[in-house]
Design a protein around this ligand. Structure first.
Ligand SMILES: [Zn+2]
Length: 66
């Protein structure tokens, strides 16, 4: 393995895409998304699932947290 940077993988159950966003789990738990680890404090989402989250929360989330 020559990769040095660890890529975060989407935390949605059944998804193995590279995560692009990190969000508070509170926001994600308000949506229909099912997470691999519901006990985590922050959630990593891929582009597609971030889109779904944004739709379901009516855009009421910042692009990045932390
Ligand atoms: Zn995903």
């Amino acid at each position: 393995m020559s990769h040095v940077t660890k890529e975060e993988i989407c935390d949605v159950d059944g998804c193995d895409k590279v995560a692009e966003r990190s969000l508070n789990i509170k926001k994600v738990s308000e949506t229909s998304l099912i997470l691999k680890n519901p006990d985590a404090r922050s959630v990593h989402l891929c582009k597609d699932h971030y889109k779904i989250l944004k739709k379901e929360t009516k855009g009421d989330i910042p692009d990045y947290l932390g």
